[in-house]
Design a protein around this ligand. Structure first.
Ligand SMILES: Cc1ncc(COP(=O)(O)O)c(C=O)c1O
Length: 458
């Protein structure tokens, strides 16, 4: 048990990301002290099964000594090397080369960032620079999906299509637009896959026509919309959006910050449909959360457009002190070794066990929909399975779920709309997956047993 002083110091000084600040103060922090495999230990010494890989990032699980060693060794030898003034470090070069080899065809140029938000922000900056350099300065508008999440930088948060990131932040900007998400369970086109794809294609075409194609720079999308509640589009959706962007002459940015590095099965979700975007954003699984790092991959066309633009003897004014940080890059190399030495295969082998568990959970009285892509899943809870009506927000279902989960010693994401997000380590073994499903089911049962929840159920 921690002394109250630590919790008090947190209350007084530490601002937590994406929380109601006063609500957090009232609740107090749950301090995590250790991690091993799929399990975290809290300040009371309780083991918590992490079914969310931290924040969809610790894909390899906790406690890999080879990753720790790689970081320590790099820190001893060279803890920092700038990428400015044409300096470089070996790990950054090797990791860039390796990502270019692994990534979808054509994405050979790598800019390292500090995380996913920075990857998106860098993509935006390079896109503006690219179109200006190509002599098409009117291309300023960008389009993304409702409920999409593209980080919380001052521009990226407006591409994000979640109201919490806009409210009182004066977002989205006038040049940022959203089209309906391919959300089969609640899509106006119904859950016919072809109709959902056709509706997305039509929405993108209509939006581009309304803005004027000559004014549109890019379309941003996640292959699976994680923070939207794990919305898995129908097979063929990403390829159709790729083809539509090409037809309309706009750039496609695929945000693989969650879906990259085996989360949906292959190294990148783009591989499911043979899609090569013009730009691809990465983070999270790149270093499995062991050190902060993201990456932005560019096609040769974008790279050359910028490199060979007007006055190209002048510097391209985008950079950061920690771009290509050698310790993070060394961690990334060690993590990629683990993916390639069996963890990716393990994730592919484990996903059917998760699917079987979800099929059972789909019958639970609280569950309206289950969605899955590899080791990524969403469970949407509804008050009425027939009408798909959600619970009244006054019930504060996400808080009830989080508390019941803690009591059952499991960590998952409880989204504001009552959807549960799961992203277990892709290294998860059979016994841990059984345990995860058991604790999850116990949590759902406990929430269902509450009189206020029972009373709200139709
Ligand atoms: C798809 C996607 N893009 C971007 C981000 C932002 O990444 P970060 O939190 O590392 O800034 C996230 C974070 O969850 C994400 O899910």
């Amino acid at each position: 048990m921690f002394s109250n002083s630590l919790i008090e110091a947190d209350r007084r000084h530490l601002i937590h990301p994406v929380t109601a600040w006063r609500g957090h103060e009232a609740r107090g922090a749950t301090v995590l002290t250790r991690g091993q495999g799929m399990y975290l230990t809290d300040g009371d010494g309780r083991d918590l099964l992490d079914a969310f890989s931290g924040l969809w990032c610790v894909n390899i699980g906790y406690g890999h000594e080879n990753v720790v060693e790689a970081a320590a060794e790099q820190m001893r030898r060279l803890p920092y090397a700038t990428g400015y003034f044409s300096y470089a470090s070996e790990p950054a070069i090797r990791l860039a080369e390796r990502l270019a080899t692994l990534a979808p065809a054509g994405l050979d140029r790598v800019y390292f960032t500090q995380g996913g938000s920075d990857s998106i922000d860098s993509a935006l900056r390079f896109i503006v620079h690219y179109w200006n350099a190509k002599g098409q300065p009117t291309r300023k508008h960008v389009i993304a999906l409702d409920k999409g999440y593209h980080g919380s930088s001052s521009n990226g948060a407006g591409i994000t299509g979640l109201p919490a990131f806009h409210r009182l932040f004066d977002l989205p900007h006038g040049w940022q637009h959203h089209i309906p998400a391919p959300y089969g369970y609640r899509h106006a086109a119904g859950d016919d896959p072809q109709a959902v794809i056709a509706a997305s294609v039509a929405s993108l075409r209509d939006k581009v026509a309304a803005l004027g194609a000559e004014n549109v720079a890019a379309f941003f999308a996640e292959p699976v919309q994680g923070s939207a509640g794990v919305l898995v589009p129908p097979k063929g959706w990403l390829a159709a959006m790729r083809a539509t962007c090409t037809e309309l002459g706009i750039l496609l940015v695929v945000d693989e910050v969650i879906t990259g590095f085996g989360r949906t099965g292959p190294m990148f979700a783009c591989e499911h449909e043979g899609v090569s975007p013009d730009l691809m954003t990465l983070a999270k699984g790149l270093t499995a959360g062991y050190a902060p790092m993201g990456a932005l991959l560019l096609s040769e066309e974008i790279y050359a457009g910028i490199a060979d633009g007007p006055d190209n003897h002048l510097p391209i004014g985008h950079g950061a002190t920690y771009s290509g940080h050698p310790v993070s890059a060394a961690v990334g190399m060690a993590v990629l070794d683990l993916y390639e030495d069996g963890i990716l295969d393990n994730g592919i082998a484990r996903a059917p066990q998760l699917a079987a568990g979800l099929a059972t959970i789909a019958g639970h009285p609280l569950v309206g929909d289950v969605r899955q892509a590899g080791m990524l899943a969403g469970i949407e809870l509804v008050a009425d399975r027939a009408t798909k009506a959600r619970f009244d927000p006054a019930l504060r279902l996400p808080d009830l779920l989080t508390r019941a989960a803690h009591a059952n010693r499991i960590i998952f994401r409880a989204f504001a709309d009552g959807t549960i997000g799961l992203a277990p380590a892709i290294s998860c073994d059979e016994a841990d997956m059984d345990e995860l499903l058991a604790r999850l089911t116990a949590t759902l049962d406990d929430v269902l047993d509450r009189p206020d929840v029972r009373a709200a159920l139709r």
